[in-house]
Ligand binder design. Sequence first.
Ligand SMILES: Cc1cc2nc3c(=O)[nH]c(=O)nc-3n(C[C@H](O)[C@H](O)[C@H](O)COP(=O)(O)OP(=O)(O)OC[C@H]3O[C@@H](n4cnc5c(N)ncnc54)[C@H](O)[C@@H]3O)c2cc1C
Length: 391
Amino acid sequence: MRTQIGIVGAGPAGLVLAHLLHLQGIESVVIETRSRKYIEERVRAGLLEHGTVKLLIETGVGERLQRECLTHHGIVLRFHRGSHRIDFNDLAGGKTVTIYAQQEVIKDLVAARLAAGLPILFDVEDVSVHGYEGSSPSIRFHAAGKEEVLHCDYIAGCDGFHGICRPSLPAGVLTEFERVYPFGWLGILAEAPPSNDELVYCYHERGFALLTMRTRQISRLYLQVPHDEDIEAWSDDRIWSELRKRTEADGGWKLNEGHIFQKNIASMRSYVVEPMQYGKMFLAGDAAHIVPPTGAKGLNLAVADVRIMAKAFAEFYKTGKTHLLERYSETCLRRVWKAQRFSWWMTSMLHRFDTDNAFDQRRQLAELDYVTSSRAAMTSLAENYVGLPWD
Ligand SMILES: Cc1cc2nc3c(=O)[nH]c(=O)nc-3n(C[C@H](O)[C@H](O)[C@H](O)COP(=O)(O)OP(=O)(O)OC[C@H]3O[C@@H](n4cnc5c(N)ncnc54)[C@H](O)[C@@H]3O)c2cc1C
């Protein structure tokens, strides 16, 4: 097999990249270890930045998104039983964020690729990458028990945090920057209409809670829990009881409850590797960086990376110039580090830390008071939340 770009991983990074390359007339093959059903049902992100939505619509894969999404014009920060709205209309120049589950984005991209008759190989095994230091990159794998070799001009490592592309790079090439948090998020999906039209971020002495949603009938709710928490320790009753306490508010507030049909615990980490490229291997999305989900940036960063990568490949195939390819990592990392800063800041402001003392709690409350009363501080939050400009 031979193609121009060999893409490892059919997450948002790999699939958006394949789609953008196709629109530029560049061939690619996507290989994925999981089944189509698995990636189309995997529950993860749900909040899309303004720029991500614009890109999906402009490139022809936003038709169902536009029909089914929920558009949000603000978020609420809640502390001391008080609710404070950050109004994006007023503060972020009318930009919005959009609720549309990651697995729905995946379904739309897979459908578009298959409808165009383009290659995407599911259920492959034993993937390994070779030759990217020189001029003949290749990807080896097993498909239906048979060994295959995909020769390509470049390899796009879009295989997520636990993939093989990043660890395949020679020792000493990458520098890792990491912060692991002493807590995780217990997330549930529940058959309950959202209690509020927009996301509610709750700071509470018992720990952080987040109210979000997937549709007008399905709530997505999160609780801060210790990083090594056992999900079995959380019965449905305990989850609802804790959510009621942490989201308490004045003014007739009521938490809508319903049947919980999915629950899991996700760990929280900030992580970046530099550079995001080596020879003919380019990393994108979670393969190169992870953010704690508080700022809802992970999927959006993956899309921002591959937009830059696709432009660089387009320049190369049209003109033979490698200028944009050479600057790929540097260009991406400017945005990545700003998203890291924002995600870390939101996380630090809203969560309880093991080491918290009375000083830290007063400091967090002062920060929340500031960010909900100063127009300058609210504007900073709003412009980062909807997504910083791409160019
Ligand atoms: C609970 C949770 C909530 C989140 N909420 C948000 C949110 O609200 N907003 C947001 O923007 N982000 C959020 N994120 C983050 C977001 O889901 C990720 O950042 C996003 O999935 C990254 O996309 P990706 O394509 O880089 O990686 P992935 O989605 O991880 O895709 C990588 C793909 O590569 C495949 N793969 C792995 N190894 C191999 C291999 N060896 N060969 C071939 N294929 C391989 C995997 O199966 C996978 O399909 C959340 C994440 C979690 C866990």
